[in-house]
Write a protein of this length. Structure first.
Length: 197
């Protein structure tokens, strides 16, 4: 299976690439490094990425910048980070990618527990996550050719201890649990699901 890994050099993407690369062809995509580079805030850059990669069987996105900061610092400008990045960036991976993906392929996007369990300083990510969750459910009933789409929605992950203080009382998701949530999305039969590891 030919899998595009967008965000391949982040904490999640690096782990998932290693977990899947012995079984599948992984196209590692980053903003400044990898087999192909992409700026997911640019539709032109996304189109160029798909042109370079060509036909593929699955796309995994672990990318999606958002703004983290106190409520008082939220403005139209700061809020655009999550809208242009985590929300529209990932939505455009699907809107553009549907023209390149093989029949019965799949898209797996990244959201997070903040969509339904908000924390201080994360209003931007909460909004973006909620929008992507809604998009996944809606896209699933309209995508053609047996193409599936899901989102993986973890809380804080064990390999990102710098975020633990922002998630008081949350039990971190292990990387193995995260991996199996992505496996369920990519290799299973579900579509339109928000999978919580």
């Amino acid at each position: 299976m030919k899998i595009i890994m967008v965000g391949a050099f982040g904490t999640m993407g690096e782990y998932l690439s290693k977990a899947f690369e012995n079984e599948h062809e992984i196209i590692k995509v980053g903003t400044k490094s990898g087999d192909v580079q992409v700026d997911i805030t640019s539709t032109e850059s996304i189109e160029n990425m798909f042109r370079q990669v060509g036909e593929f069987d699955a796309l995994i996105s672990t990318a999606g910048p958002s703004y983290v900061g106190p409520w008082e610092t939220l403005t139209n400008e700061t809020f655009r980070k999550g809208v242009d990045g985590k929300m529209m960036g990932q939505i455009n991976l699907v809107l553009i990618g549907q023209r390149y993906i093989n029949p019965k392929g799949s898209f797996t996007l990244i959201t997070g527990a903040l969509s339904h369990d908000p924390q201080l300083n994360f209003a931007n990510a909460s909004a973006a996550n909620g929008a992507v969750d809604g998009f996944v459910r809606a896209a699933a009933i309209e995508l053609k050719n047996g193409i599936r789409i899901n989102a993986v929605s973890p809380t804080v992950i064990e390999n990102s201890p710098q975020y633990f203080p922002y998630f008081p009382g949350d039990v971190p998701v292990t990387m193995r649990e995260l991996e199996f949530a992505f496996r369920k999305s990519v290799f299973g039969a579900n579509t339109g699901q928000v999978i919580k590891p």
